[in-house]
Design a protein around this ligand. Structure first.
Ligand code: NAP
Length: 296
């Protein structure tokens, strides 16, 4: 199968590019050839490559900055996603759209299901929710995968920041009252491939259409995530630090974060017969990679 992926350097796009094999061709196209602000560039690339499935992980992902430039966030995350879905529809292929836990308010005491009401608390979440709606309107053959707390050995993310901070301080202050599931980008890529395979094997089926929650299994807080990173890193002779738990109120940010980001993933597992591993397994592979020991 041939997959066209938007963006080249994003965490998820890079993870997908590493999944190429004899049977899976992955073409990642980013700016300037494909710009989500430029519908003609999207149409041109989709028509030139004629993939079996289009995957749209590219996005405006600067959560705090989005508060001061909501129009740009919407132009990329709502309109851009809609253009990608439309271009895929025009050549008769499905789209996999990557979305976020930030579509929720974050005050539910248990994990969010796909049926729960959305209520984004910031401009980024609102733009991504509008993107889900634009994709659904433009292409009936869509799977929208909401994920959370993405990290990888590449790109910018919390896990890399923790290892960097541990290099020059003994204790790192980390928020302990926001809960979610750290999700390792290579596991997201595997999940996306499971979706693409089912879309192509069961073209007429309807169960793969719609919104799905897809994260690693289990949950923790940002402080718990940091502690796990330091424990696994130190076992491998890498950087480590103590974690001082703090509250959201101690660490004000322009955009409000959901206190509860946990997503219920049973629907994804049931439909795609695929479960992403426990989040701690991702941390092990991340630390192995950081110390040059493994495959991802
Ligand atoms: N990161 C998280 O914690 C998280 C959590 C939940 C959901 N998500 C969602 O997961 C998806 C993947 O996230 P990620 O962490 O892989 O993102 P990322 O590392 O921030 O990468 C975003 C990518 O989007 C590209 N991009 C931005 N504006 C563009 C435009 N106008 N035209 C074309 N490409 C553009 C960027 O290109 P350049 O490299 O050229 O800037 C970059 O390659 C996103 O849809 C995000 O909303 C992320």
């Amino acid at each position: 199968m041939k997959l066209l992926v938007t963006g080249r350097d994003g965490q998820v796009a890079q993870a997908l590019s590493k999944c190429a094999s004899d049977t899976v061709e992955i073409v990642c196209v980013g700016r300037p050839e494909l710009d989500l602000l430029d519908p003609a560039s999207i149409k041109t690339q989709v028509e030139a490559h004629r993939p079996d499935v289009v995957i749209n992980p590219a996005a405006y992902t600067a959560v705090d900055k989005a508060e001061s430039e909501p129009e740009l966030a919407c132009a990329i995350n709502r309109d851009g996603a809609g253009y990608v879905a439309e271009a895929a529809a025009r050549i008769g292929v499905p789209i996999i759209q990557i979305s976020t836990d930030y579509v929720f308010r974050g005050d539910k005491p248990s994990p969010y299901t796909e049926d729960d009401a959305t209520d984004p608390q910031g401009a980024y979440g609102a733009s991504k929710l509008a993107g889900e709606q634009a994709v659904a309107a433009a292409n009936p053959t869509h799977s929208i995968l909401r994920t959370a707390w993405v990290y990888a050995p590449w790109g910018n993310n919390f896990a890399k920041t923790m290892l960097r901070l541990a290099g020059d301080r003994d204790v790192v202050r980390v928020v302990a009252d926001q809960h979610g599931t750290p999700t390792y980008a290579p596991d997201i890529a595997d999940g996306i491939l499971a979706v693409a395979r089912k879309m192509l094997a069961e073209k007429e089926a309807s169960d793969w259409r719609g919104v799905f929650h897809m994260t690693n299994s289990g949950a923790t807080s940002w402080a718990g995530f940091a502690e796990e990173i330091f424990a696994r890193s130190s076992e491998r002779g890498g950087a480590s630090a103590g974690v001082e738990p703090i509250t959201t109120a101690d660490y004000p940010t322009p955009a409000k974060r959901p206190a509860n980001s946990r997503l219920h993933t049973a629907k994804f597992t049931n439909v795609f017969s695929h479960t992403l591993p426990d989040w701690r397994e991702g941390v092990i592979r991340f630390c192995d990679q950081a110390h040059g020991k493994t495959r991802d």
